[in-house]
Ligand binder design. Structure first.
Ligand SMILES: [Zn+2]
Length: 309
């Protein structure tokens, strides 16, 4: 009988989590139960996006509602059922509001769980609570914006890729290779004239990376024996870390496959840990390292990476 009653609370918390998911919020739901009569006196689901506030976790809203119901801030004699392990903020609110015990459906595998701060917290291991989160984040990934690679062929398009190079290189590389080398490399390899020469003499193909109508970066490749050399892949700062590099690499791999090439390879500065992590995340494997003299006393100290087409 007792177990059945608790199931009602667990189901209600889950239903609230699903409400959040339907609104595009991270799906977490919470209820607060008055132990004397088993009545639910507070409900909440995560509304951080809609409310534009990091405070609007399910637990916080449920606490607020329970306090309003009881007409005070002390929630002694109550229990909370929440679908996900509470974070530090919510654990703090539970302590401050004197809630007797917390039951949560699934541990926070993202490392933000703070159940250890609570004396009376227990996980009831409800698969459905983890599932609703997994589905939500899975769907979000699928809904990621798609980019397009538009081949840069006209002078106007190549001037745009040169302008993108100038902007991105000067924002990204000085901290890595210094301003002098950045200037040197932009002036030597990334100008409109240099691009024209690369295309004419070496078979480079340049693309503008577009999202919606916006130019968000550029990329360049050239067939190199039986492989495709990924010479350039640069995104404006605000468009990094959103999976666009992976999409661009996938498109290059597809191009390589269609043209009978076996792999895509690239060089990356040994100190460029952000890019290295991104490439390794995509599935590139390190094949070697090397130093290339690029003139005027500058060298490129690179790792080489490769991925199957
Ligand atoms: Zn929280």
């Amino acid at each position: 009988m007792e177990e059945d009653k608790n199931l009602v609370y667990k189901d209600e918390a889950l239903r609230l989590a699903q409400c959040a998911a339907a609104l595009g919020e991270v799906p977490v739901g919470a209820v607060i139960v008055r132990l004397s009569d088993g009545q639910i006196i507070g409900r909440g689901y995560n509304t951080c996006e809609k409310g534009r506030s990091p405070l609007l976790h399910a637990e916080m809203t449920a606490i607020k509602e329970a306090c309003a119901f009881l007409g005070g801030w002390r929630l002694e004699g109550t229990a909370m059922y929440v679908t996900l392990e509470p974070c530090t903020m919510c654990a703090g609110a539970v302590l401050n509001s004197r809630i007797d015990s917390v039951f949560y459906g699934t541990p926070d595998t993202g490392g933000r769980g703070a159940a250890h701060l609570l004396k009376n917290a227990r996980c009831y291991e409800d698969e459905r609570c983890a599932e609703v989160l997994k589905t939500f984040f899975g769907n979000r990934r699928i809904k990621m914006d798609r980019i397009k690679l538009v081949k840069a062929e006209t002078d106007d398009q190549l001037k745009r890729t040169a302008a993108l190079a100038d902007e991105i290189w000067h924002e990204y590389f000085p901290s890595l290779i210094g301003s002098a080398q950045t200037d040197y490399m932009v002036n030597r390899f990334c100008t409109f004239e240099a691009e024209k020469e690369n295309i004419r003499n070496e078979g480079y193909i340049y693309y503008i990376i577009k999202k919606g109508g916006e130019d968000i970066g550029y990329t360049a490749v050239k067939p190199d024996g039986e492989r495709l050399f990924l010479s350039k892949l640069y995104l404006k700062a605000e468009h990094r870390g959103k999976g666009y590099s992976r999409q661009a690499v996938d498109m290059h791999r597809e191009y390589a496959r269609k043209n009978g090439l076996v792999s895509v390879w690239l060089t990356v500065n040994k100190g460029n840990f952000v890019a290295i992590r991104a490439y390794e995340g995509i599935g590139f494997k390190k094949t070697g390292s090397g130093v290339t003299d690029i003139g005027s006393g500058f060298v490129m100290d690179d790792h080489f990476y490769e991925i199957k087409a």
